[in-house]
Design a protein around this ligand. Structure first.
Ligand code: SPV
Ligand code: MG
Length: 575
């Protein structure tokens, strides 16, 4: 079910009565399930009329007993129970803001009808139409079916009982006169109209299965006179299934206030489905049937699946988002301090670097953490993290380690270099980002002096503004133009801190680009000597070159890269 056209019962119920007050022809079409409700509710044509732009749509939906029964594979003989009808009604109400008129069949006896009125009113239905036949009724359209009409006084009493139980003024009970269907004359129909109007009915539907409108038009004329005589103003409704050559203007001219197209969507669906099944059987494949079918994506759009996808991507399941920490490499710089341990096991103020990262992630409800180990794999440990192994860490790169955990990328993921410490709020800000690929970038680059030997991942932003010192901005439209370690510090606007977020789509794009590069390229690749050793920044640069939008989240300090002994000293002091 789509949540696009959600509306509460109170907001919907009175719409029909209000429309009737506008004194224009009300156009109603049948719906028999959620999908037909979506089509009926959303149908709209636009064009020009007398030099003016006009748009046309249906004013309300008709929940038909014929099409509700037929869509369940049953004949229209009140064999579908009320609870089943109500479920269909709710299904349709959930997908449209339009008011609904329910075909209540005979309404059962007066007690049954009271419950029907009460439940429909509560659901937000605007009107119920009951026909003056004896339960269980037979559909009106088939010739030769015997039709037994109800005693008009008994039917009038049912109307009174219904009017007494409704709780709002806006719910309408409409009497459907079946005299012409039963082969009775105009006089019978008029006698019934008078009886029902006097019983307090809110309107009259006059039914006919004749192709000629003569009888109906005579009724409409006499009905107007009757209303005038009784000093009433109650709408007249018709169902032009058989006299379908008449236009809405002609019906309005004849005195009708509401026109119901009572079964057309079901008949259309039946015909299209029949044609498609035959077509597939004949061709023994569905290629030829395809033009007869709506594209799958069109259905996705209609039922709200594309909205769901968008919301999923926008919100990113942050609590379920996986974190991947590629930590396979052997560190040359800190070797003397590591004693054969991986760098992530380096202790800072009594806790390992990895433990500190895990704590920052947990503070942001990120608990699905995967570390990709390589060098000294059996020395890698941390509470509550999964450890994968990149056996070939010596020949690959950090990017290959990342790809070892590709299974974890499916719902989008966060990538964190193994050697950075950062304040928790940076992760929180990153989780708030809505873009598909976001790198966290420090803007204090230009105030630092960079010593040789320390390869930093610089970023050149697309908008090359120089932020003023201390400015803390988390700009939305910040795009990376260039990234890499060979960018000169003078040209760089930011430094990539080794933390990035990929949405589900961003992750798909990353993996696809990576696989394409590894599979189809040779030799130098951006800053890598060989594509086989490409780095994370090389892939990002490649994605930018291919037109993917790579955003950055601008931060101002709050993080530290443990690269050399001096950094460690600093961190120890700080923590
Ligand atoms: C329906 O749509 O179920 C109706 C109208 O009651 S008719 O089928 O014409 O009787
Ligand atoms: Mg019906």
């Amino acid at each position: 079910m789509t949540l696009l056209n959600n509306i509460l019962p109170e907001a919907r119920r009175g719409k029909l009565a209000a429309m009737l007050g506008e004194k224009r022809l009300i156009r109603v079409i049948e719906a028999h399930n959620g999908l037909s409700g979506i089509i009926a509710g959303g149908a709209r044509v636009e064009g020009e009329e007398k030099g003016e732009r006009v748009s046309r749509e249906f004013d309300a939906l008709w929940e038909s007993s014929l099409t509700d029964s037929a869509s369940k594979g049953h004949p229209d003989i009140e064999v579908v129970g009320f609870d089943s009808r109500l479920a269909t009604i709710q299904e349709i109400l959930a997908v449209t803001e339009k008011p609904m008129i329910v075909d209540g069949d005979t309404g059962g006896d007066a007690n049954n009808f009271e419950y029907m009125v009460s439940k429909l009113e509560r659901a937000g239905v605007s009107a119920v139409i009951i026909e003056d036949k004896v339960f269980p009724k037979r559909n009106s359209l088939e010739a030769g079916v015997s039709q037994t009409l109800q005693d008009p006084e008994v039917f009038a009493q049912k109307i009174r009982r219904g009017k007494q139980v409704q709780l709002t003024e806006e719910f309408l009970i409409i009497a459907r006169i079946e005299s012409f269907i039963a082969g009775l004359p105009l006089e019978d129909a008029l006698m019934r109209a008078r009886t029902y109007l006097l019983a307090g009915v809110d309107g009259v539907m006059i039914h006919s299965k004749s192709k000629s409108p003569d009888q109906l038009f005579s009724f409409a004329e006499a009905y107007r006179a009757l209303l005038a005589e009784l000093g009433l103003n109650k709408p007249l409704i018709c169902v032009p299934t058989t006299y379908n050559h008449l236009t809405e203007d002609e019906l309005a001219e004849a005195g009708f206030d509401v026109v119901i197209y009572a079964n057309h969507l079901l008949r259309a669906a039946y015909q299209a489905m029949t044609e498609v099944t035959r077509n597939i059987l004949l061709n023994q494949r569905s290629l030829e049937a395809d033009p007869l079918c709506a594209p799958v994506r069109e259905i996705f759009r209609a039922v709200g699946f594309l909205d769901v996808k968008e919301k999923d991507q926008r919100d990113g399941p942050s609590s379920q988002m996986a974190v991947i920490i590629p930590a396979a490499g052997e560190d040359e710089e800190l070797k003397p301090l590591l004693n054969g341990r991986p760098k992530a096991m380096l202790e800072i103020a009594g806790r390992t670097l990895l433990d500190r990262q895990v704590a920052s992630l947990a503070a942001n409800h990120l608990n699905d953490i995967t570390v990709v180990a390589g060098y000294a794999r059996d020395k890698m440990r941390a509470e509550g993290v999964a450890i994968l192994e990149n056996k070939d860490y010596k020949n690959g790169s950090m990017m290959h380690s990342l790809m070892v955990a590709r299974e974890k990328m499916q719902n989008g993921f966060l990538m964190l270099y193994a050697d950075i410490l950062l304040e928790d709020h940076i992760i929180a800000k990153l989780l708030d980002c809505r873009e598909d690929i976001v790198l966290v970038a420090d803007n204090t680059t230009q105030y630092h002096k960079y010593e040789g030997g320390k390869a930093l991942d610089f970023i050149v932003s697309k908008r090359k503004h120089r932020p003023t010192r201390r400015k803390l901005s988390f700009a939305g439209e910040s795009l990376v133009e260039r990234i890499g370690a060979t960018i000169s510090p003078g040209a760089a606007t930011h430094e990539f801190i080794g933390l990035a977020r990929f949405s589900r789509t961003g992750a798909e794009q990353l993996v696809a680009t990576y696989e394409d590069c590894i599979g189809n390229f040779q030799g130098r690749f951006h800053e890598a000597e060989d594509v086989a050793r490409l780095n994370f920044t090389d892939i990002i640069q490649e994605m930018i070159d291919r037109g993917f939008r790579v955003h950055f989240l601008e931060i101002h300090q709050g993080w530290l890269e443990i690269h050399q002994a001096e950094d460690l000293k600093l961190a120890n002091e700080f923590l």
